[in-house]
Design a binder for this molecule. Structure first.
Ligand SMILES: C[S@@+](CC[C@H](N)C(=O)[O-])C[C@H]1O[C@@H](n2cnc3c(N)ncnc32)[C@H](O)[C@@H]1O
Length: 261
């Protein structure tokens, strides 16, 4: 079972164009498995699908009965006849991976225009909400407000591209959200690309889940302070990142998994 999902992350997901890499894929997996083991209930949602790389990981980790809501404009890849190929490529990727997209759980549109009922009406309260859509301040403001309102008590929000100098407004948006909530939500984990946030009473539990996850022992766990709270920062040394990229490009995806044990 553990080998199967690691094979999925290190080999199958590599075939889908997209942006989630092994460190965050292993954090998603650790948190979703911890929630399942703790009998924490709720749906899963993602804003920003692209071709589905992180969406299919969420689907795989949620299992056949898990409800995963996909939200995206799907307005990319305009063809000469004016049609848009992004959505079709997303559906094709699902068939290729043996995880067909449930189109009843897809919202094609602007996430900033959604109401909380648009999400909870489809999947109930949300236990894991990945935000990876528009990267300007107004997007992050609207998406974090939506996620915060739709979140189950035990829910987690994963913000993408925080502290990435290419997207400074994401960092501002996440800090604004946490400060406006006045301690109701806190960050408990950070990676090079993402910041993981939960309701404050769950902070210590999720921080410990990260610290004790068998999937994350390969990373340096750096204690970090962020807006008054202790956060585990998972550091992935540059040597390992280079070794992983070289092996993946040489078609050795199966062996690259061992680098992250
Ligand atoms: C960086 S990509 C997402 C990457 C994806 N999570 C992955 O694993 O590869 C950003 C996506 O956000 C979508 N997007 C941008 N602005 C949006 C908006 N206002 N509402 C919904 N989706 C949006 C884009 O269409 C694009 O597919």
């Amino acid at each position: 079972m553990r080998d199967d999902i690691r094979k999925f992350i290190f080999q199958d997901l590599r075939k889908i164009d997209g942006y989630i890499d092994p460190p965050d894929a292993l954090v998603f997996l650790s948190l979703l498995q911890f929630q399942a083991a703790s009998s924490f209930r709720g749906g899963i949602a993602e804003i920003g699908i692209y071709y589905g790389r992180s969406y299919f990981l969420l689907r795989r980790a949620a299992g056949p009965d898990g409800k995963v809501l996909a939200i995206d404009l799907f307005d990319m890849d305009e063809q000469p006849d004016g049609t848009l190929a992004q959505y079709q490529l997303f559906l094709d990727n699902g068939r290729k991976l043996g995880i067909p997209v449930d189109e009843n759980l897809v919202i094609r549109g602007d996430s900033t225009k959604l109401r909380v009922e648009d999400v909870t009406g489809k999947i109930g309260k949300v236990r894991f909400f990945s935000i990876d859509g528009g990267h300007m301040l107004h997007h992050v403001e609207a998406d974090s407000e939506l996620a915060g309102a739709a979140l189950a008590d035990c829910g987690i929000i994963a913000f993408d591209d925080t502290f990435n100098p290419a997207w400074p407004e994401v960092t501002v948006g996440v800090a604004d959200f946490l400060r406006a909530q006045q301690g109701l939500f806190t960050a408990f984990c950070m990676t090079k690309y993402k910041t993981y946030v939960c309701r404050s009473p769950f902070h210590d539990l999720y921080k410990q889940a990260i610290e004790q996850s068998p999937e994350l022992t390969a990373f340096d766990h750096q204690p970090t302070r962020f807006l008054g709270n202790d956060v585990v920062r998972l550091d992935n040394p540059v040597g390992r990142r280079i070794a992983y990229e070289l092996m993946s490009h040489a078609g050795l995806g199966r062996f690259s998994e061992r680098i992250y044990r």
